[in-house]
Design a protein around this ligand. Structure first.
Ligand code: ATP
Ligand code: MG
Length: 454
Protein backbone atom coordinates (compact mmCIF):
# COMPACT_ATOMS: atom_id res chain seq x y z
CA UNK A 1 0.00 0.00 0.00
CA UNK A 2 1.60 3.19 -1.19
CA UNK A 3 1.49 6.46 0.71
CA UNK A 4 1.49 9.64 -1.36
CA UNK A 5 0.82 13.33 -1.03
CA UNK A 6 -0.23 15.77 -3.73
CA UNK A 7 0.42 19.49 -3.32
CA UNK A 8 0.03 19.12 0.40
CA UNK A 9 -0.21 22.30 2.43
CA UNK A 10 -0.75 22.93 6.11
CA UNK A 11 -0.73 26.06 8.24
CA UNK A 12 -1.20 26.25 12.01
CA UNK A 13 -3.91 28.54 13.40
CA UNK A 14 -1.33 31.24 14.13
CA UNK A 15 -0.54 31.39 10.42
CA UNK A 16 2.73 29.43 10.41
CA UNK A 17 2.90 27.56 7.11
CA UNK A 18 4.57 24.34 8.25
CA UNK A 19 4.08 22.26 5.09
CA UNK A 20 4.20 24.00 1.76
CA UNK A 21 3.16 22.31 -1.48
CA UNK A 22 4.67 18.88 -0.88
CA UNK A 23 4.08 16.15 -3.44
CA UNK A 24 5.79 12.88 -2.64
CA UNK A 25 5.45 9.15 -3.10
CA UNK A 26 6.89 7.07 -0.29
CA UNK A 27 8.65 4.11 -1.87
CA UNK A 28 7.03 0.93 -0.62
CA UNK A 29 9.00 -1.54 1.48
CA UNK A 30 11.93 0.85 1.79
CA UNK A 31 13.75 2.57 4.61
CA UNK A 32 12.91 6.22 4.20
CA UNK A 33 14.27 9.25 6.06
CA UNK A 34 12.99 12.79 6.17
CA UNK A 35 15.82 15.11 7.05
CA UNK A 36 15.68 18.79 7.76
CA UNK A 37 16.59 21.22 10.48
CA UNK A 38 14.41 22.11 13.48
CA UNK A 39 11.14 23.58 12.35
CA UNK A 40 11.46 22.40 8.74
CA UNK A 41 8.07 20.65 8.94
CA UNK A 42 8.92 16.98 9.50
CA UNK A 43 6.62 16.40 12.46
CA UNK A 44 3.78 18.31 10.86
CA UNK A 45 4.12 16.29 7.66
CA UNK A 46 4.09 13.03 9.65
CA UNK A 47 0.90 14.05 11.44
CA UNK A 48 -0.62 14.74 8.04
CA UNK A 49 0.50 11.35 6.73
CA UNK A 50 -1.45 9.39 9.33
CA UNK A 51 -4.46 11.68 9.34
CA UNK A 52 -3.87 13.27 12.75
CA UNK A 53 -3.84 16.64 10.98
CA UNK A 54 -6.07 17.48 8.05
CA UNK A 55 -4.50 19.38 5.17
CA UNK A 56 -5.61 22.89 4.29
CA UNK A 57 -4.86 22.24 0.63
CA UNK A 58 -3.81 19.22 -1.39
CA UNK A 59 -4.27 15.65 -0.34
CA UNK A 60 -2.86 12.53 1.24
CA UNK A 61 -3.46 9.27 -0.63
CA UNK A 62 -3.13 5.79 0.78
CA UNK A 63 -3.20 2.88 -1.66
CA UNK A 64 -4.16 5.36 -4.39
CA UNK A 65 -7.24 6.54 -2.50
CA UNK A 66 -7.71 9.88 -0.82
CA UNK A 67 -7.74 9.60 2.97
CA UNK A 68 -11.22 9.47 4.45
CA UNK A 69 -11.24 11.76 7.49
CA UNK A 70 -14.35 10.21 9.07
CA UNK A 71 -13.58 8.41 12.34
CA UNK A 72 -13.99 4.98 10.76
CA UNK A 73 -11.82 6.02 7.81
CA UNK A 74 -9.11 7.25 10.15
CA UNK A 75 -9.26 4.08 12.22
CA UNK A 76 -8.69 2.06 9.05
CA UNK A 77 -5.77 4.29 8.04
CA UNK A 78 -4.11 4.08 11.45
CA UNK A 79 -4.31 0.31 11.42
CA UNK A 80 -2.09 0.43 8.37
CA UNK A 81 0.00 3.48 9.13
CA UNK A 82 1.38 3.57 12.66
CA UNK A 83 3.10 6.63 14.03
CA UNK A 84 5.50 7.06 16.92
CA UNK A 85 5.43 10.69 18.04
CA UNK A 86 8.54 12.76 18.59
CA UNK A 87 7.56 13.35 22.19
CA UNK A 88 6.73 10.10 23.98
CA UNK A 89 4.58 11.95 26.53
CA UNK A 90 2.15 12.65 23.70
CA UNK A 91 1.84 8.93 23.11
CA UNK A 92 1.82 7.23 26.49
CA UNK A 93 -1.19 7.51 28.73
CA UNK A 94 -2.16 4.11 30.18
CA UNK A 95 -1.52 3.37 33.89
CA UNK A 96 1.14 0.73 33.17
CA UNK A 97 3.63 -0.09 30.46
CA UNK A 98 1.82 -3.37 29.82
CA UNK A 99 -1.53 -1.65 29.35
CA UNK A 100 -0.02 0.98 27.13
CA UNK A 101 1.38 -1.59 24.72
CA UNK A 102 -1.87 -3.57 24.94
CA UNK A 103 -3.98 -0.55 24.00
CA UNK A 104 -3.59 -0.87 20.21
CA UNK A 105 -4.22 -4.61 19.95
CA UNK A 106 -7.21 -4.21 22.31
CA UNK A 107 -8.68 -1.55 20.02
CA UNK A 108 -8.11 -3.79 17.03
CA UNK A 109 -10.31 -6.40 18.74
CA UNK A 110 -7.64 -9.01 19.43
CA UNK A 111 -8.55 -11.81 21.87
CA UNK A 112 -7.18 -11.65 25.42
CA UNK A 113 -4.70 -14.48 24.69
CA UNK A 114 -3.59 -12.85 21.48
CA UNK A 115 -3.08 -9.52 23.24
CA UNK A 116 -1.02 -11.18 25.95
CA UNK A 117 1.11 -12.95 23.37
CA UNK A 118 1.76 -9.78 21.37
CA UNK A 119 2.48 -7.60 24.41
CA UNK A 120 4.89 -10.12 25.87
CA UNK A 121 6.64 -10.43 22.54
CA UNK A 122 7.09 -6.64 22.48
CA UNK A 123 8.25 -6.52 26.10
CA UNK A 124 10.87 -9.15 25.27
CA UNK A 125 11.88 -7.52 22.03
CA UNK A 126 12.39 -4.13 23.62
CA UNK A 127 13.85 -5.34 26.91
CA UNK A 128 10.93 -3.96 28.90
CA UNK A 129 9.78 -7.02 30.88
CA UNK A 130 11.14 -5.65 34.15
CA UNK A 131 9.24 -2.39 33.64
CA UNK A 132 5.89 -3.80 32.58
CA UNK A 133 4.00 -2.77 35.71
CA UNK A 134 5.49 0.71 36.01
CA UNK A 135 3.54 3.81 35.08
CA UNK A 136 5.03 5.17 31.83
CA UNK A 137 5.48 8.67 33.26
CA UNK A 138 7.93 7.22 35.80
CA UNK A 139 10.23 5.95 33.07
CA UNK A 140 13.38 7.56 31.71
CA UNK A 141 13.24 9.30 28.32
CA UNK A 142 14.80 6.37 26.48
CA UNK A 143 12.59 3.83 28.21
CA UNK A 144 9.49 5.86 27.30
CA UNK A 145 10.64 5.92 23.70
CA UNK A 146 10.91 2.17 23.64
CA UNK A 147 7.45 1.72 25.12
CA UNK A 148 6.04 4.13 22.53
CA UNK A 149 7.67 2.23 19.67
CA UNK A 150 6.59 -1.12 21.12
CA UNK A 151 3.00 0.16 21.39
CA UNK A 152 2.89 1.06 17.71
CA UNK A 153 4.57 -2.15 16.53
CA UNK A 154 2.08 -4.18 18.59
CA UNK A 155 -0.56 -3.14 16.05
CA UNK A 156 1.52 -4.59 13.23
CA UNK A 157 1.07 -1.69 10.79
CA UNK A 158 2.30 -1.96 7.17
CA UNK A 159 3.89 1.44 7.29
CA UNK A 160 5.67 2.58 10.42
CA UNK A 161 6.37 6.28 10.86
CA UNK A 162 8.79 7.24 13.61
CA UNK A 163 9.45 10.87 14.43
CA UNK A 164 13.04 11.12 15.70
CA UNK A 165 13.05 7.50 16.90
CA UNK A 166 16.58 7.50 18.26
CA UNK A 167 16.60 10.75 20.17
CA UNK A 168 17.01 10.08 23.88
CA UNK A 169 18.38 6.59 23.32
CA UNK A 170 21.82 5.48 24.42
CA UNK A 171 24.07 4.24 21.56
CA UNK A 172 23.51 0.54 22.19
CA UNK A 173 19.78 1.11 22.71
CA UNK A 174 19.68 3.08 19.46
CA UNK A 175 21.39 0.22 17.64
CA UNK A 176 18.86 -2.21 19.06
CA UNK A 177 15.98 -0.10 17.78
CA UNK A 178 17.65 0.13 14.37
CA UNK A 179 18.05 -3.65 14.33
CA UNK A 180 14.34 -4.04 15.05
CA UNK A 181 13.46 -1.54 12.33
CA UNK A 182 15.75 -3.31 9.86
CA UNK A 183 14.19 -6.63 10.70
CA UNK A 184 10.69 -5.23 10.17
CA UNK A 185 11.84 -3.77 6.89
CA UNK A 186 13.15 -7.21 5.87
CA UNK A 187 9.68 -8.52 6.58
CA UNK A 188 8.36 -6.06 4.00
CA UNK A 189 7.31 -3.09 6.12
CA UNK A 190 7.90 0.44 4.96
CA UNK A 191 9.80 2.34 7.64
CA UNK A 192 9.74 6.12 7.65
CA UNK A 193 11.76 8.14 10.11
CA UNK A 194 12.59 11.78 10.62
CA UNK A 195 15.97 12.86 11.87
CA UNK A 196 18.56 15.61 11.81
CA UNK A 197 21.21 13.00 12.34
CA UNK A 198 22.77 13.12 8.88
CA UNK A 199 25.06 10.19 9.63
CA UNK A 200 22.09 8.01 10.47
CA UNK A 201 20.02 9.15 7.50
CA UNK A 202 22.91 8.66 5.10
CA UNK A 203 23.88 5.25 6.35
CA UNK A 204 20.51 3.73 7.09
CA UNK A 205 18.16 4.99 4.42
CA UNK A 206 17.31 3.62 1.03
CA UNK A 207 15.60 6.89 0.22
CA UNK A 208 16.01 10.38 1.65
CA UNK A 209 13.72 13.39 1.45
CA UNK A 210 15.25 16.73 2.35
CA UNK A 211 12.93 19.37 3.80
CA UNK A 212 13.59 23.03 4.33
CA UNK A 213 11.05 25.62 5.52
CA UNK A 214 8.15 23.30 4.84
CA UNK A 215 9.25 22.57 1.29
CA UNK A 216 10.72 19.49 -0.30
CA UNK A 217 14.22 20.49 -1.42
CA UNK A 218 15.48 17.19 -2.80
CA UNK A 219 14.78 13.48 -2.73
CA UNK A 220 16.50 10.33 -3.90
CA UNK A 221 18.92 7.70 -2.71
CA UNK A 222 20.88 8.83 0.31
CA UNK A 223 24.08 8.91 -1.74
CA UNK A 224 22.43 11.21 -4.24
CA UNK A 225 20.85 13.60 -1.74
CA UNK A 226 23.96 13.91 0.42
CA UNK A 227 26.30 14.35 -2.52
CA UNK A 228 24.76 17.77 -3.10
CA UNK A 229 26.83 19.70 -0.58
CA UNK A 230 25.36 23.08 -1.26
CA UNK A 231 21.78 21.97 -0.77
CA UNK A 232 22.69 20.11 2.38
CA UNK A 233 24.51 23.16 3.74
CA UNK A 234 21.69 25.52 2.78
CA UNK A 235 19.30 23.31 4.71
CA UNK A 236 21.41 23.87 7.85
CA UNK A 237 22.59 20.28 7.83
CA UNK A 238 26.10 19.00 7.25
CA UNK A 239 27.48 16.26 5.15
CA UNK A 240 27.81 12.85 6.78
CA UNK A 241 31.05 12.36 8.70
CA UNK A 242 32.06 9.25 6.79
CA UNK A 243 31.60 11.07 3.49
CA UNK A 244 33.80 13.95 4.71
CA UNK A 245 36.54 11.53 5.75
CA UNK A 246 36.28 9.69 2.46
CA UNK A 247 36.55 12.89 0.44
CA UNK A 248 39.68 13.96 2.29
CA UNK A 249 41.23 10.54 1.66
CA UNK A 250 40.20 10.68 -1.96
CA UNK A 251 41.76 14.13 -2.42
CA UNK A 252 45.03 12.68 -1.19
CA UNK A 253 44.81 9.70 -3.50
CA UNK A 254 44.39 7.39 -0.57
CA UNK A 255 41.02 6.06 -1.70
CA UNK A 256 39.34 5.18 -4.95
CA UNK A 257 37.32 8.08 -6.29
CA UNK A 258 33.66 8.68 -7.06
CA UNK A 259 32.18 6.41 -4.45
CA UNK A 260 29.78 6.90 -1.58
CA UNK A 261 30.79 4.66 1.29
CA UNK A 262 28.02 4.21 3.83
CA UNK A 263 29.93 2.59 6.62
CA UNK A 264 33.44 1.71 7.71
CA UNK A 265 33.67 -1.62 5.86
CA UNK A 266 32.66 0.16 2.66
CA UNK A 267 35.21 2.89 3.32
CA UNK A 268 37.94 0.36 4.03
CA UNK A 269 37.14 -1.36 0.75
CA UNK A 270 37.89 1.89 -1.05
CA UNK A 271 41.24 2.54 0.58
CA UNK A 272 44.31 2.09 -1.51
CA UNK A 273 46.43 -0.45 0.23
CA UNK A 274 49.76 0.75 1.51
CA UNK A 275 52.44 -1.57 0.25
CA UNK A 276 55.01 -2.25 2.91
CA UNK A 277 58.17 -4.23 2.37
CA UNK A 278 61.22 -5.09 4.39
CA UNK A 279 64.40 -4.45 2.42
CA UNK A 280 68.15 -4.25 2.95
CA UNK A 281 69.39 -0.67 2.99
CA UNK A 282 72.71 1.00 3.43
CA UNK A 283 73.31 2.55 6.88
CA UNK A 284 73.40 6.17 5.65
CA UNK A 285 69.78 6.14 4.46
CA UNK A 286 67.59 7.87 7.06
CA UNK A 287 63.98 7.35 8.02
CA UNK A 288 61.76 9.40 5.70
CA UNK A 289 64.19 9.25 2.79
CA UNK A 290 63.33 7.70 -0.50
CA UNK A 291 65.11 4.66 -1.81
CA UNK A 292 64.96 3.39 -5.32
CA UNK A 293 64.38 -0.29 -5.05
CA UNK A 294 65.05 -0.65 -8.73
CA UNK A 295 63.47 -3.36 -10.68
CA UNK A 296 61.44 -6.05 -8.97
CA UNK A 297 61.42 -8.38 -11.91
CA UNK A 298 62.34 -8.21 -15.55
CA UNK A 299 64.80 -5.69 -16.92
CA UNK A 300 64.50 -2.00 -17.84
CA UNK A 301 66.62 -2.38 -20.90
CA UNK A 302 64.95 -5.40 -22.34
CA UNK A 303 61.71 -5.09 -24.20
CA UNK A 304 60.03 -7.38 -21.74
CA UNK A 305 58.07 -6.94 -18.59
CA UNK A 306 59.37 -5.06 -15.63
CA UNK A 307 58.21 -3.52 -12.43
CA UNK A 308 60.21 -0.71 -10.84
CA UNK A 309 59.63 0.67 -7.40
CA UNK A 310 60.62 3.66 -5.34
CA UNK A 311 60.00 3.59 -1.66
CA UNK A 312 60.13 5.69 1.50
CA UNK A 313 61.83 4.40 4.61
CA UNK A 314 59.39 4.17 7.52
CA UNK A 315 61.42 2.26 10.05
CA UNK A 316 65.01 1.03 10.32
CA UNK A 317 66.14 -2.05 12.19
CA UNK A 318 69.54 -2.72 13.72
CA UNK A 319 70.14 -5.63 11.38
CA UNK A 320 70.54 -3.36 8.34
CA UNK A 321 67.03 -3.81 7.06
CA UNK A 322 64.20 -1.29 6.90
CA UNK A 323 60.45 -1.30 6.47
CA UNK A 324 59.65 0.81 3.43
CA UNK A 325 56.43 2.05 1.95
CA UNK A 326 56.32 1.49 -1.79
CA UNK A 327 55.81 5.00 -3.07
CA UNK A 328 55.92 4.93 -6.76
CA UNK A 329 55.47 2.05 -9.00
CA UNK A 330 55.82 1.94 -12.69
CA UNK A 331 54.69 -1.35 -13.95
CA UNK A 332 53.72 -2.84 -17.15
CA UNK A 333 50.19 -4.10 -17.12
CA UNK A 334 50.11 -7.85 -16.88
CA UNK A 335 50.39 -10.11 -19.84
CA UNK A 336 48.57 -12.98 -21.46
CA UNK A 337 50.49 -15.46 -23.53
CA UNK A 338 48.94 -18.29 -25.44
CA UNK A 339 50.70 -21.58 -25.99
CA UNK A 340 49.55 -24.07 -28.59
CA UNK A 341 49.71 -27.48 -26.94
CA UNK A 342 49.52 -29.25 -30.30
CA UNK A 343 53.21 -28.37 -30.61
CA UNK A 344 54.10 -29.09 -26.99
CA UNK A 345 57.80 -29.33 -26.29
CA UNK A 346 58.78 -29.65 -22.65
CA UNK A 347 62.11 -27.85 -22.89
CA UNK A 348 60.67 -24.97 -24.86
CA UNK A 349 57.72 -24.74 -22.48
CA UNK A 350 59.88 -24.52 -19.35
CA UNK A 351 62.00 -21.85 -20.99
CA UNK A 352 58.89 -19.78 -21.79
CA UNK A 353 57.56 -20.02 -18.25
CA UNK A 354 60.91 -18.83 -16.98
CA UNK A 355 61.55 -16.11 -19.55
CA UNK A 356 58.10 -14.53 -19.31
CA UNK A 357 58.01 -14.92 -15.56
CA UNK A 358 54.65 -16.70 -15.77
CA UNK A 359 52.70 -16.83 -12.53
CA UNK A 360 49.29 -17.96 -13.72
CA UNK A 361 48.67 -20.95 -15.96
CA UNK A 362 45.25 -21.84 -17.31
CA UNK A 363 44.41 -24.85 -19.45
CA UNK A 364 41.60 -25.00 -21.98
CA UNK A 365 40.23 -28.23 -23.38
CA UNK A 366 40.76 -31.85 -22.47
CA UNK A 367 43.86 -32.28 -24.59
CA UNK A 368 45.71 -29.36 -23.03
CA UNK A 369 44.74 -30.44 -19.55
CA UNK A 370 45.93 -34.01 -20.17
CA UNK A 371 49.29 -32.91 -21.57
CA UNK A 372 49.71 -30.49 -18.68
CA UNK A 373 48.94 -33.18 -16.15
CA UNK A 374 51.27 -35.72 -17.75
CA UNK A 375 54.09 -33.19 -17.69
CA UNK A 376 53.59 -31.96 -14.15
CA UNK A 377 52.58 -28.46 -15.22
CA UNK A 378 51.04 -26.48 -12.38
CA UNK A 379 47.68 -25.45 -13.85
CA UNK A 380 45.82 -23.10 -11.50
CA UNK A 381 42.75 -22.55 -13.66
CA UNK A 382 40.80 -24.99 -15.78
CA UNK A 383 37.46 -23.27 -16.33
CA UNK A 384 36.54 -19.81 -17.56
CA UNK A 385 40.20 -19.60 -18.49
CA UNK A 386 40.07 -16.61 -20.83
CA UNK A 387 38.07 -14.41 -18.45
CA UNK A 388 40.15 -15.36 -15.46
CA UNK A 389 43.36 -14.74 -17.35
CA UNK A 390 42.12 -11.30 -18.38
CA UNK A 391 41.13 -10.49 -14.79
CA UNK A 392 44.48 -11.64 -13.49
CA UNK A 393 46.41 -9.80 -16.16
CA UNK A 394 44.60 -6.57 -15.33
CA UNK A 395 45.99 -6.83 -11.84
CA UNK A 396 49.49 -7.47 -13.10
CA UNK A 397 49.74 -11.24 -13.43
CA UNK A 398 51.63 -12.82 -16.26
CA UNK A 399 49.32 -15.49 -17.57
CA UNK A 400 49.87 -18.40 -19.88
CA UNK A 401 46.89 -20.03 -21.55
CA UNK A 402 47.41 -23.57 -22.74
CA UNK A 403 45.14 -24.38 -25.59
CA UNK A 404 45.04 -26.52 -28.69
CA UNK A 405 43.68 -27.04 -32.20
CA UNK A 406 40.52 -25.06 -32.96
CA UNK A 407 40.61 -23.08 -29.73
CA UNK A 408 43.86 -21.28 -30.43
CA UNK A 409 42.55 -18.65 -32.80
CA UNK A 410 39.33 -18.22 -30.82
CA UNK A 411 41.35 -17.53 -27.70
CA UNK A 412 43.57 -15.03 -29.49
CA UNK A 413 40.51 -13.28 -30.94
CA UNK A 414 38.74 -12.96 -27.59
CA UNK A 415 41.76 -11.43 -25.92
CA UNK A 416 42.49 -9.03 -28.77
CA UNK A 417 38.85 -7.92 -28.71
CA UNK A 418 39.02 -7.34 -24.99
CA UNK A 419 42.17 -5.25 -25.32
CA UNK A 420 40.65 -3.21 -28.09
CA UNK A 421 37.29 -2.63 -26.39
CA UNK A 422 38.57 -1.96 -22.89
CA UNK A 423 41.48 0.27 -23.84
CA UNK A 424 43.54 -1.54 -21.22
CA UNK A 425 46.83 -2.25 -22.90
CA UNK A 426 47.46 -5.73 -21.67
CA UNK A 427 50.39 -7.39 -23.29
CA UNK A 428 49.24 -10.21 -25.48
CA UNK A 429 51.49 -12.57 -27.31
CA UNK A 430 51.26 -16.12 -28.53
CA UNK A 431 54.44 -17.97 -27.63
CA UNK A 432 56.32 -21.08 -28.69
CA UNK A 433 56.66 -22.91 -32.00
CA UNK A 434 52.91 -23.23 -32.38
CA UNK A 435 52.53 -19.48 -32.12
CA UNK A 436 53.31 -18.80 -35.76
CA UNK A 437 49.76 -19.22 -37.01
CA UNK A 438 48.32 -16.77 -34.47
CA UNK A 439 51.16 -14.33 -34.33
CA UNK A 440 50.78 -12.24 -37.43
CA UNK A 441 48.05 -9.95 -36.06
CA UNK A 442 49.92 -9.28 -32.89
CA UNK A 443 51.49 -5.91 -33.45
CA UNK A 444 51.01 -4.42 -30.03
CA UNK A 445 53.56 -1.89 -28.93
CA UNK A 446 55.16 -3.34 -25.85
CA UNK A 447 56.11 0.02 -24.36
CA UNK A 448 52.50 1.27 -24.25
CA UNK A 449 50.11 1.07 -21.39
CA UNK A 450 52.33 1.81 -18.43
CA UNK A 451 50.37 2.17 -15.26
CA UNK A 452 51.80 4.76 -12.92
CA UNK A 453 50.82 4.88 -9.31
CA UNK A 454 52.06 7.74 -7.17
N1 ATP B 1 1.07 23.82 17.29
C1 ATP B 1 1.71 24.68 16.55
N2 ATP B 1 1.27 25.95 16.41
C2 ATP B 1 1.92 26.84 15.64
N3 ATP B 1 3.06 26.54 14.97
C3 ATP B 1 3.54 25.32 15.08
C4 ATP B 1 2.92 24.32 15.86
N4 ATP B 1 3.66 23.17 15.77
C5 ATP B 1 4.69 23.46 14.96
N5 ATP B 1 4.63 24.74 14.54
C6 ATP B 1 5.57 25.38 13.61
O1 ATP B 1 5.56 24.67 12.38
C7 ATP B 1 6.86 24.61 11.82
C8 ATP B 1 7.22 23.17 11.58
O2 ATP B 1 7.32 22.50 12.82
P1 ATP B 1 7.59 20.95 12.92
O3 ATP B 1 7.39 20.57 14.33
O4 ATP B 1 6.79 20.27 11.89
O5 ATP B 1 9.11 20.92 12.52
P2 ATP B 1 10.17 19.71 12.62
O6 ATP B 1 10.85 19.63 11.31
O7 ATP B 1 9.52 18.51 13.13
O8 ATP B 1 11.22 20.27 13.68
P3 ATP B 1 12.10 19.47 14.78
O9 ATP B 1 13.30 18.97 14.07
O10 ATP B 1 12.45 20.52 15.77
O11 ATP B 1 11.26 18.39 15.35
C9 ATP B 1 7.76 25.33 12.81
O12 ATP B 1 7.99 26.62 12.33
C10 ATP B 1 6.97 25.36 14.11
O13 ATP B 1 7.26 26.53 14.84
MG1 MG C 1 9.72 17.37 14.74
Amino acid sequence: MILETKNLEFSYPDGTKAVDDISITIPQGKKVSFVGKNGSGKSTLFLLLNGTLKPKKGKVLFGGKEVDYSSSGLRELRKKVGIVFQNSDDQLFAPTVYQDIAFGPLNLGYSKEEIDRVVNQMLDHFGLQALKDKPPHHLSGGQKKRVAIAGVLAMDPDIIILDEPLSNLDPVGADEILDILNELNDLGKTIIISTHDVDLAYKWSDYVLLLSSGKLVNEGTSGYVFSNDEEVRNSALKSPFILDVYRELEKRWLATGNAQPKDIPELVQLLHSVDLMRVDISPEVAVGECVNLGVLFGDYTKEGLYEAVNSRVLFKSDDGTAVVELKRRVLKPGAIHVYNMDEFDKAEFDKIVDEYDINFIGAMGKKSKDIAENNGIDVVCNSGVIDKSILNAITGSRCLILTSSGMVSHTAKRIREYIQNSGIRLIFSPVGKGALDINEENTQDQTDGLIEVE
